[in-house]
Design a protein around this ligand. Structure first.
Ligand SMILES: [Zn+2]
Length: 306
């Protein structure tokens, strides 16, 4: 599998080197701001640790498949107990007990604490005990905004990866290819996100979702007036953008459903039901790469015919 982050060559070399040499340390701490790819890197290293293929993570072995579906028996995600915001000493004690049990399937057992800076101090002290003398098969992967948010004693036991904003050029190329947006829009989003790819992608996604929402609202209002030509004109903008078209259908589905709930006319309810089934069918077709402009014009025909 390809290294999942772009524009961070030093981290890539270090991580790939340690994986190739089969020298994944017992404790890894990944620090960095949000959107820098901490969870992505944590999952990549975890996957490599349990993979039984070559080069790890191979993406095709049983272990990789189980990892992808989040069903691998030797990967444990450490999260707060229900209704809590911190990871308590009790949770960590359970983990410690579990760490002494041999892995079931793979050579390694991986505990991911993402984020780790929500561990209470007593939880960190409990974890420290096992980090001092870890069982041979165990890997702990921790993430935090900053290593300063964890006890020094924990940090000193960890191999630390510090994620910084990726090189500007690589980040721009990546976001451009992921979103198919214009260069100017992408540069602006990256600037707002202080260079973070994840945050920039979120900004662009939210922006297009709200655009799709506006379009769906206008479309629905126009539909009530029954003007097919106006409806077709509204959909022109979507013809070149499959992701946007899908967002439009999602938004329209919500609008139709909410109008249906507040509607007392049986005839109208039947009509809305029909529109919903057309939307559901079209959403499937979009995912199957159907010709988009044909699909959009047939939407207008199918939902305006009486
Ligand atoms: Zn594999």
């Amino acid at each position: 599998m390809m290294f999942p982050l772009v524009g961070v060559d030093r981290i890539k070399t270090a991580a790939e080197g340690m994986i190739a040499a089969n020298k994944i340390p017992h404790a890894i701490l990944i620090e960095g701001d949000s959107g820098m790819g901490k969870s992505t890197l944590a999952r990549f290293i975890c996957n490599a640790a349990v993979c039984s293929g070559m080069p790890a993570p191979c993406g095709t072995c049983d272990d990789c498949r189980l990892t992808a579906s989040e069903n691998h028996p030797d990967i444990v995600f450490v999260t707060p107990e229900k209704d809590r915001k911190t990871i308590s000493v009790n949770s960590i004690r359970q983990i410690v007990d579990e760490a002494y049990v041999l892995p079931q399937k793979s050579n390694k057992k991986v505990f991911i604490i993402d984020p780790a800076d929500i561990m209470t101090v007593s939880a960190q002290n409990a974890l420290l005990k096992i980090l001092e003398e870890p069982p041979a098969s165990v890997v702990f992967i921790l993430t935090a905004f900053s290593k300063n948010d964890l006890l020094n004693t924990i940090v000193s036991r960890c191999t630390v990866f510090t994620l910084t904003p990726p090189e500007e050029y690589a980040a721009r190329e990546y976001v451009l290819s992921e979103t198919k947006r214009g260069e100017e829009e992408v540069s602006e989003a990256l600037k707002k996100a202080h260079g973070s790819i994840g945050t920039a992608l979120n900004i662009l996604r939210k922006k297009s979702a709200s655009k799709a929402g506006d379009l769906a609202n206008t479309f629905f209002d126009t539909l009530k007036k029954g003007n097919s030509y106006e409806l077709l004109k509204l959909l022109f903008a979507l013809e070149k953008d499959r992701a946007n078209a899908l967002e439009f259908y999602n938004e329209l589905e919500v609008i139709v459903a909410s109008n249906m709930r507040s509607c007392s006319s049986a005839t109208l309810v039947r009509r809305y039901e029909k529109i919903r089934s057309v939307i559901a069918e079209h959403k499937n077709l979009i995912k199957q790469n159907t010709n988009l402009s044909l699909l959009l014009s047939s939407l207008v025909m199918e939902i305006t015919e009486r």
